[in-house]
Design a protein around this ligand. Structure first.
Ligand code: NAD
Length: 366
């Protein structure tokens, strides 16, 4: 199993399907097309050694189809490692629907998507991601059992975002302990970029502990609402990375840690919910290490959501969900210490644990 990921530019140069480096380790990619509903979706199944490939569906207005493909390949791969490091018996998968969730998402489109998921007979199990609501998963549930994140009233574990936020908070505290010697966030300045389903709850946890929160979002109404609720300071400029801060919490989209931002970042800790925060996990992971920034690997600390939806498959309750999520604190500390001792990046240290678990199961199954 390799760890390399190509940029969209490099992707375009390679052969369109099997020549894609990101596709190297994927088991299956499914392209779903339905003219009647306007559905254009891609399901990425990265690895099913530990169990069925579970991962959310993202609806996004991608600039190009290449961007959508690259996103699903990166996201599904991340899911394999997220479940593996969290100790869940799940593989990694993810789906993207190309389009604007605000204007193009219809019940018919969601149900048609559900039929495509059903056609995979449980090899891929879906859930919500950006652009999706619990109500959308309820629609998918009408046509397939291979969906999680459905409403509590329909027997599901409900919206996973508050649990994701709690897990990120645990990871942030562990990273603070490693960087500052204390996990108490009182008096720390934290920039939360993206105050959606996860970001808002994270703001609440940090505020409750006495941290100073600065929020940034492209949605002005959300900024006003969240600022009013928690007394958070709003940042409206276009250079959020240069703000003096102790902790940077990316909770919008991925790849915000890149060549342009890394030089500006003043944070000593990075801990957020977004998937694939490092644009290039090797290059940018190493640069953070050189600069002495403690990066809490995204796929490790944002696993609360998958823990929550896994409860629907394994029938465990809220208490076990909380216990597993709080465990993120210990795992994060362990990974950060291993990285320091072994002089490797924190991302590499986390990846190693995840890959070893998958490989061990593969050998067991032989
Ligand atoms: P969301 O769609 O509810 O919120 C995202 C927020 O980011 C929105 O308020 C949006 O306006 C804002 N945003 C978008 N682009 C931005 C930009 N350039 N600058 C600032 N703000 C911007 O999504 P969410 O469910 O809160 O998830 C946030 C991130 O966490 C995503 O990357 C998602 O993949 C990841 N994640 C979520 C979960 C979960 O349980 N929801 C689990 C694991 C990972």
């Amino acid at each position: 199993m390799t760890a390399d990921i190509l940029t969209p530019q490099e992707l375009k140069k390679a052969d369109p399907v099997f020549g894609q480096h990101s596709f190297n380790d994927h088991e299956q990619i499914v392209f779903c097309n339905d003219k009647d509903t306007g559905l254009k979706a891609i399901i990425g199944i990265h690895n099913t050694v530990l169990g069925p490939a579970l991962g959310g569906t993202r609806m996004w207005n991608y600039a190009t189809e290449w961007d959508a493909l690259n996103d699903v390949l990166r996201l599904s791969r991340g899911m394999s490692f997220k479940s593996a490091i969290t100790g869940l018996n799940l593989g990694g998968g993810k789906a993207v629907i190309i389009g604007d969730a605000k204007t193009q998402k219809t019940p018919e489109l969601m149900k048609r998507f559900g039929e495509f998921v059903h056609s995979l007979s449980g090899k891929y199990i879906t859930a919500e991601d950006v652009g999706m609501e619990t109500a959308d998963m309820d629609l998918v549930r009408e046509v397939t059992p291979y969906v999680t994140g459905i409403s509590e009233s329909k027997g599901g574990a409900g919206n996973p975002s508050p649990i994701t936020a709690y897990g990120v908070f645990m990871g942030m505290k562990a990273a603070s302990k490693h960087a500052f010697g204390s996990d108490n966030l009182e008096g720390r300045t934290v920039v939360v970029q993206g105050i959606g389903h996860v970001g808002e709850v994270l703001v609440e946890h940090i505020t409750n502990e006495g941290g100073k929160v600065i929020i940034s979002d492209i949605n002005e109404a959300r900024l006003e609402e969240v600022s009013k609720k928690y007394g958070a300071e709003i940042y409206r400029g276009n250079d959020v990375y240069s703000i003096p801060m102790d902790i940077y919490a990316p909770c919008a989209l991925g790849a915000t840690i890149n060549d342009n931002t890394i030089q500006k970042l003043q944070a000593k800790v990075i801990a957020g919910a977004a998937n694939n925060q490092l644009k290039d996990e090797n290059l940018h992971g190493a640069q953070l290490q050189q600069r002495g920034v403690v990066y809490a690997p995204d796929f490790l600390i944002n696993a609360g959501g998958i823990i929550n939806v896994y409860a629907e498959l394994e029938n465990y309750g809220k208490q076990e969900i909380i216990r597993k999520t709080e465990n993120i604190y210990d795992t994060t500390l362990e990974i950060l210490r291993t990285a320091e001792t072994g002089s490797i990046t924190t991302h590499q240290a986390a990846l190693k644990v995840a890959v070893e678990r998958i490989e061990a199961r593969k050998n067991q199954n032989k």
